[in-house]
Design a protein around this ligand. Structure first.
Ligand code: ATP
Ligand code: MG
Length: 366
């Protein structure tokens, strides 16, 4: 599966673009603040219905305009061509596949698998747990539409439970109503825990191997599921903590408090990992993500590399560039040729220049 064509209208600072991509390497050059990340974001948004940078869809529409549209034409392994369309309007966002509107994001997931690797990801090990949960959820949603459904239902029930806790203030009948919400929360929560548990184990195994390869066997990476509560104990925990939850007006246990823990040579990454070790771990994890998509789908994802090469030293750059051979990749870079490790000279590579929201093929050299 690869992207043939990307057509944009009023997406952030890109008024109009119509780009045909190479099936392998694509490089977008441009100075800062020209629209490189915006272009990648449009692809991520069309694939997942979310932005990896903002939760406010309005931000994605060009200032002074009302609507934005993205169209992506993909070609699958069998040659079948699909068109995914996404529109952001004042009333909300609308998507369609081959002209047929889709109502739930779940139907969109998995149509176009993307893995994005941006400088913000480099802080995955040390930043707060919310970022690690988002990472987990975005991966799992793309792989399994059922996960997306369970997660959505979980958050819906959680919200209802929390408003009940705040509003009812211990009034009559509260416990009976909580019984109903708690059952549902545990039902969806347990499915999510199970999926997270399996995914983390698999991710951890592949990432550990990658980490050993990158460091010549010097670093042993472990990724552990730091869960808030066990599947078998979730319902009991919800019941037990009710009095405290009523006082605080919020639900204190559940998958919304899960975390991931990275350990490098036995030490907790969050507190001890050096910059280099963190970067290696994130690289190892991203490569593992690609591998899992490949195993699950039977073909690799499209890789969006946002100016990340310049953040990696030569050894890690080479590791990355060697591992992504054969993938459709879109790389952004601010600068010189060496910033993409000679990637732009690869056979069939296409190079684009991004300037003030305009994206055009670079003039051929020589
Ligand atoms: N809704 C919007 N309407 C118009 N312009 C926007 C909107 N959202 C963001 N921009 C502008 O888009 C510009 C380009 O952003 P982008 O993040 O794509 O830059 P970039 O080329 O990736 O730069 P860098 O190399 O610094 O990462 C920014 O200057 C920003 O102000
Ligand atoms: Mg950028």
């Amino acid at each position: 599966m690869h992207i043939q064509r990307v057509v944009l209208r009023n997406f952030r600072n890109i008024a109009a673009a119509d780009i045909e991509l190479a099936t392998g390497a694509n490089i977008l050059y441009g100075e800062n603040a020209q629209g490189k990340t915006n272009f990648l974001e449009s692809i991520y948004f069309c694939a997942t219905g979310r932005s990896h940078r903002t939760g406010r869809f309005r931000d994605l529409v060009m200032l002074s305009e009302k609507e934005a549209a993205i169209k992506i034409v993909t070609q699958g392994q069998t040659g079948a061509v699909d068109e995914i369309r996404m529109e952001i309007k004042p009333e909300g966002k609308f998507s369609a596949i081959n002209g047929l509107p889709i109502r739930k994001l779940g139907e969109l997931y998995g149509r176009l698998s993307v893995v994005v690797f941006s400088p913000e990801d480099l802080s995955l090990v040390k930043a707060g747990p919310a970022g690690r949960r988002r990472f987990l959820d975005m991966e799992l949603c793309q792989l399994y539409p059922a996960y997306y459904h369970d997660l959505r239902m979980y958050h819906k029930v959680l919200q209802q439970r929390n408003s009940l806790l705040r509003e009812a203030g211990g009034g009559a009948g509260l416990y009976e109503t909580l019984d109903v919400w708690d059952e549902q929360l545990a039902e969806y929560g347990n499915k999510i825990m199970w999926a997270r548990h399996n995914f983390i184990e698999r991710l951890g195994r592949i990432a550990a191997e990658n980490q050993r390869n990158i460091t010549g066997g010097r670093e042993n990476l472990e990724i552990l599921y730091d869960r808030d509560v066990n599947e078998s104990e979730f319902l009991a925990a919800l019941k037990k903590k009710r009095p405290a939850d009523i006082l605080r007006g919020t639900t204190s246990s559940g998958i919304h408090r899960d975390d991931l823990e990275f350990r490098i040579n036995g030490e907790i990454g969050r507190s001890f990992a050096s910059q280099g070790q963190q970067r290696t771990a994130v690289l190892a994890v991203k490569m593992a993500e690609i591998e899992i998509v490949r195993q699950e789908k039977g073909y690799p994802p499209v890789l969006l590399l946002d100016d990340v090469l310049s953040e990696l030293d030569e050894g890690r750059q080479n590791y990355l560039l060697n591992s992504i051979d054969g993938l459709q990749t879109i790389i952004t870079s601010t600068g010189a040729e060496n910033a993409t490790g000679g990637y732009s000279r690869k056979e069939g590579a296409r190079v684009f220049v991004v300037k003030n929201g305009a994206i055009s093929p670079a003039a051929k050299e020589g």
